[in-house]
Design a protein around this ligand. Structure first.
Ligand code: SF4
Length: 703
């Protein structure tokens, strides 16, 4: 007899609601939840095939342990596994200090998982060495929002897409990466043909096909583009002087900076027509409402924060923020990167959007948790963390729900680091993850449809995630594993004191997290699972006593800065770290396909999801192929300064000359090498530490 359980899709940050049809033991089908405000019943190809993915033969079912790097892991029980882990971690901490251990987590985790880990790392172990693959996803957006608006809070809602008169999509192939939201945009544009759509992307993507104006800029030139637009807005008087004077500061410095970004210069830098720049500026300067949407094309850059700031500048200069259909709106890559930010489970954040560099913030959290203090030493962010592991500074590493041996840039370094780390715990649902072979201890984790908790999507909307079926074998929810380990570790680190981890149920963790946000910009202290179940998914802030969530921020023009004023960011354009040159003459861009997710541990065994793209191919402009005497399907050696791969090439006229594109999904188990990210580089943004995954210089030779 089948039943229906409401939950959410586990893939992207749109956060679609799903109805899971199941018989209590296995998932039979998945459909869109018509009552969920994010998707109103729609699902994309990935969401609608959830029940066909997650190959059961690839699941991690039991804890496995090895007592030496050259030995094979063998099955063990949970008590032995977690006792051994706590002994190893306690020993390393005793000998080398708390900063000699580290935790690398994931935007795929639920909020409760994230919170439990953060309390374990900050409150018990006493280190800030906790980071997440969200470092690769949204950290430039986080810093950009904080610098400009005072808080890491996307100000808009999905309904702004339907209400906007002019939408700019920059650095996002939304049609593939956030398909259901793109369908909402398509429907809105069909219903209101006057809505103007501008798309900025080096590639003529499926998203660009819908554009009224498409600006095919050169990779990495977004800051110059935004400054050029602001130059024209100023010159033409298409700015909101009253808004600038009353609600912002720092405009004079920016005005001086953008004086040099003439349309002619910007057209040359970006490789576009000056007349197109004028047309876009005219649209932005004259539209009643202006919404911008962005994703990894801005964030994954060595100047990602500056890119985000330059885009937000356009909204502040025109007063297009805090009103319907207007505002800068980051599209979250992962389903719960937002939850990781809210719980502060990254090296650069504390719970409730607090700052680990702020002594009062540390003291607030320490008081709340009943511990003496929180650690002061800066934590290692993802790229620096793996360098520190390779350098021997990290002796014990815990990886949960992520696959750094596929997803981080400069894979040679990552694999060397994992091989060198004395003790590696991998908490994972699938044994096919490229990181699993490095595990000294493998802990089987529950996956989608098997555990309860909550997630926050791109529009700050929190959904209750429900379990429909039991996890296979002895797999357990991620938060439960973290809590069980923490209880054993506190026996060794703070024996005879009350446990910091009295949690029996996911909601108890949610309630502690919610209470810790009280009075903060994201205050969600009025939420619990009962409210989410009775009123449906809610947007924060939702403080105690609130009747409903908050759809749009800054409507009162009071920003989250010290003085309530938004701040313009005046940063000059900087080119990509690697430039094309005589040896590496092509710009490599990486990105998502329509039907695959991350490293394909879940989607890679569903035949239907390969009907759109079957294999990893390097796309080049057709003239680039003929210039090199290459033909479609021919194998080539693709080489960057860090590594090389053998791949087939494909003619693709969505690309410009001297550009190449590779899907990000294929890792080492498919390519018999270190995967796509053997080519990419680990240089990162100085403010967000987000690496420049979106651009590296390569060369291509026939094999
Ligand atoms: Fe899942 Fe994103 Fe597709 Fe929605 S748009 S069904 S959240 S992958």
């Amino acid at each position: 007899m089948s039943q229906i359980t409401k939950s959410t899709c586990c893939y992207c940050g749109v956060g679609c609601g799903v109805l899971i049809e199941h018989d209590g033991t296995k998932v039979l089908n998945v459909s869109g939840d018509p009552d969920h405000p994010a998707n109103l019943g729609r699902l994309c190809s990935k969401g609608s095939t959830l029940h066909l993915t997650g190959d059961s033969s690839a699941r991690a079912l039991y804890p496995e342990l090895r007592l030496g790097k050259t030995l094979a892991r063998s099955r063990t029980d949970w008590d032995t596994a977690l006792d051994h882990a706590s002994e190893q971690f306690a020993q390393v901490i005793a000998e080398h200090g708390p900063d000699s251990v580290a935790f690398y987590l994931s935007g795929q985790l639920l909020t409760e998982d994230y919170f439990a880990f953060n309390k374990l790392v900050r409150g018990l172990v006493g280190t800030n060495n906790v980071d997440s693959n969200s470092r690769l996803c949204m950290s430039s957006a986080v810093v950009g929002y904080k610098k400009a608006l005072g808080a890491d809070a996307p100000p808009c809602s999905y309904e702004d897409i339907e209400q906007s008169d002019c939408v700019l999509i920059i650095g996002s192939n939304m049609a593939f990466a956030h398909p259901v939201l793109f369908r909402r945009l398509e429907a809105a544009k069909a219903a209101r043909p006057d809505m103007q759509l501008i798309v900025v992307d080096p590639r003529r993507t499926d998203t660009a096909e819908l554009a009224d104006i498409f600006l095919p800029i050169q990779p990495g030139t977004d800051v110059a583009l935004c400054h050029g637009l602001l130059h024209i807005l100023l010159w033409e008087g298409w700015i909101d002087r009253a808004f600038i004077e009353t609600h912002t500061e720092g405009f004079d410095a920016l005005k001086t900076l953008v004086r040099d970004y003439t349309p002619e210069l910007v057209a040359e830098i970006c490789g576009i027509k000056a007349s197109d720049l004028h047309n876009v500026a005219r649209l932005i300067g004259s539209t009643p409402s202006f919404l911008s949407l962005w994703c990894m094309g801005l964030n994954q850059s060595s100047c990602g924060t500056d890119k985000v700031g330059a885009l937000i500048n356009l909204h502040l200069a025109t007063g297009q923020i805090g009103k319907p259909g207007s505002g800068p709106f980051s599209l979250t890559g992962q389903p719960n990167a937002m939850g990781g930010r809210e719980t502060g489970t990254m090296a650069s954040i504390l719970p409730g959007h607090r700052d680990p560099k702020n002594a009062e913030h540390r003291a607030e959290v320490a008081r709340f948790w009943g511990v003496d203090s929180l650690p002061e030493n800066p934590g290692l962010t993802a790229i620096d963390l793996f360098q520190a592991i390779k350098d021997g500074k990290i002796k014990a590493l815990w990886i949960a729900c992520t696959n750094p041996a596929q997803s981080l840039p400069n894979q040679t370094l990552i694999h060397e680091a994992l091989a060198a780390c004395p003790f590696v715990v991998v908490q994972e649902a699938f044994t096919t993850s490229e990181t699993v072979p490095y595990a000294d201890l493998l802990l089987p984790a529950a996956s989608w449809s098997e555990k309860e908790g909550s997630v926050t999507n791109s529009e700050r909307r929190i959904s209750h995630v429900r379990a429909a079926v039991p996890a296979p074998g002895e797999a357990r929810p991620d938060w439960a594993i973290a809590v069980d380990f923490a209880k054993r570790l506190e026996q060794r680190l703070r024996a005879n004191q009350p446990s910091l981890f009295p949690f029996q149920h996911a909601e108890e963790i949610f309630l502690e997290h919610a209470a810790l946000t009280a009075g903060r910009d994201l205050d969600l202290s009025g939420l619990n699972y009962t409210v989410l179940d009775s009123q449906g998914p809610q947007q924060w802030p939702f403080p105690q006593g609130a009747a409903q969530g908050t759809a749009r921020l800054y409507q009162d023009r009071q920003f989250a800065t010290d003085n309530g004023k938004a701040k313009f960011m005046a940063s000059a354009y900087e080119p990509t770290v690697e430039r094309r040159d005589a040896r590496y003459e092509l710009s490599l861009m990486t990105g998502r396909l329509r039907d695959q997710w991350h490293g394909m541990t879940r989607t890679g065994t569903c035949a239907r999801l390969f009907s759109h793209t079957e294999e990893a191919v390097l796309s080049l402009n057709p003239r680039e192929l003929s210039r090199r005497n290459l033909s479609d399907g021919q194998l080539v050696s693709v080489k960057s300064r860090r590594g090389s791969l053998i791949l087939p090439v494909k003619a693709d006229d969505s690309l410009q000359m001297a550009q190449a594109f590779l899907p990000m999904h294929w890792g080492g188990r498919y390519l018999k090498a270190l995967g796509i990210n053997t080519l990419t580089l680990g240089d990162y943004d100085p403010y967000s530490q987000q690496p420049e995954l979106k651009h590296s210089a390569i060369t291509v030779k026939p094999v």
